[in-house]
Design a protein around this ligand. Structure first.
Ligand code: NCD
Length: 367
């Protein structure tokens, strides 16, 4: 595996193996003996705001003995002069040994990986996926709740524009968890995600509108904020925010052993008095991000290896067809040198290789 772009780049067995490496990384953090990636450079290219992802990757690389460079504001780079993602990828491959990219266009990390000669890690692309977040979401669940296949997991909040829940729901489905989605009507799991869950993973998700109805059954409650910056004009933020707030009284209905996760930042969906409850795991979860990102970085840099006996995922089968990706936020509709290409998800579904959306006929879009 050269890059880490979507959660399906890793098999269940590989994910489990990474968790063991992450446990070892906790020992490296403790002892402060950073040798694994000495002399290597990580570029963090952040075209969107970030606190956790950028700093935890930088911290991870420094704790591995490497160094970091990068930007957190593309306005200070040649992007403003019109440099393409493909050219940025070629240039950065001479300056760094590994790239972490966060980008407002879905599929930009895949595009960068296609042109970079060094590994690329997706640090979040539009509403598409956030696979390293998913890795440490799963790590937290596995560490504190045991095998994921037995668990009831509730995903709550903005399930449409949030990217963390998209990579997470695929992984949970693959690992066999029972999934219930709780969201405002306008922010439900997108159809293409539900269809992929059904056709590729043979899984249906339950939906609920009231958190109080489902919370007594949950082992894990994964809260998310409304992605205000990505809401289209026809959805008013005030009409969808503040609907799902976990507070002490709601927690009284939950199991004693349930854990609450959140990719953070939180806005108002978790009351502050919940922070002191034993079930509040979100800060611990964000701390685990460093050891998990150390593990994936060391693997992609070749400083560690997953044994060949650990089963990997077969690469997706793709086809070129004369169709268009309907997602206006897909990189395919912005970088003009790209050709449409689709993954064969099943006999009944093609998905854009960049953003996962189902294609539409060219003439359908020109009307
Ligand atoms: C998330 C993201 O950027 O998608 N943040 C993060 O990386 N932990 C979640 C969010 O912004 O709501």
């Amino acid at each position: 595996m050269k890059d880490f772009i979507v959660i399906d780049d890793l098999s269940n067995q590989q994910i489990e193996h990474i968790f063991h490496i992450a446990d070892d990384m906790a020992g490296i953090i403790e002892s402060g003996t950073p040798l694994l990636c000495r002399g290597k450079i990580m570029a963090t290219l952040f075209y969107e705001p970030s606190t956790r992802t950028r700093f935890s990757f930088q911290s991870a690389m420094m704790r591995l003995g490497g160094s970091v460079l990068g930007f957190d504001n593309p306005d200070n780079t040649s992007v403003v002069k019109g440099e393409t993602i493909a050219d940025t990828a070629r240039i950065m491959s001479d300056y760094a040994d590994i790239i972490v990219l966060r980008h407002p266009l879905a599929g930009a990390p895949k595009l960068m990986a296609d042109y970079a000669s060094v590994p690329v890690i997706n640090g979040g692309d539009n509403s598409h996926q956030h696979p390293t977040q998913t890795l440490y979401d799963l790590y937290t669940i596995r560490k504190h709740m045991g095998p994921i296949g037995e668990l009831n997991v509730g995903l709550c909040g903005d399930l449409k524009y949030g990217r963390t829940v998209h990579s997470l729901v695929y992984a949970l489905a693959r690992l066999g968890a029972n999934i219930v989605c709780i969201s405002p009507e306008a922010l439900q799991m997108p159809d293409n995600v539900k269809k992929r869950l059904k056709l590729k993973y043979k899984r249906e998700i339950e939906t609920a509108t009231r958190l109080e109805d489902v919370i007594p059954e949950l082992d894990v409650l994964y809260m998310t904020r409304i992605q205000k910056e990505r809401l289209p004009e026809n959805i008013d933020y005030n009409s969808v925010s503040g609907k799902y707030v976990i507070d002490k009284s709601l927690l009284d209905l939950a199991k004693r052993e349930m854990i609450i996760l959140h990719p953070l930042p939180r806005v108002d969906e978790i009351a502050y008095d919940v922070d002191t409850d034993d079930r509040a795991f979100y800060f611990r979860q964000s701390g685990y991000g460093v050891r998990v990102r150390m593990a994936i970085t060391a693997l992609l840099l070749g400083a560690l290896k997953i044994p060949d006996s650990v089963k990997s995922e077969p690469p997706p089968r793709t086809v070129m067809v004369n169709k268009k990706c309907p997602n206006p936020q897909c990189v395919l509709n912005h970088e003009k040198y790209l050709k449409p290409e689709f993954e064969v998800v099943s006999e009944l579904m093609l998905g854009c290789i960049y953003c996962g959306y189902e294609p539409v006929d060219i003439d359908q879009t020109s009307k």
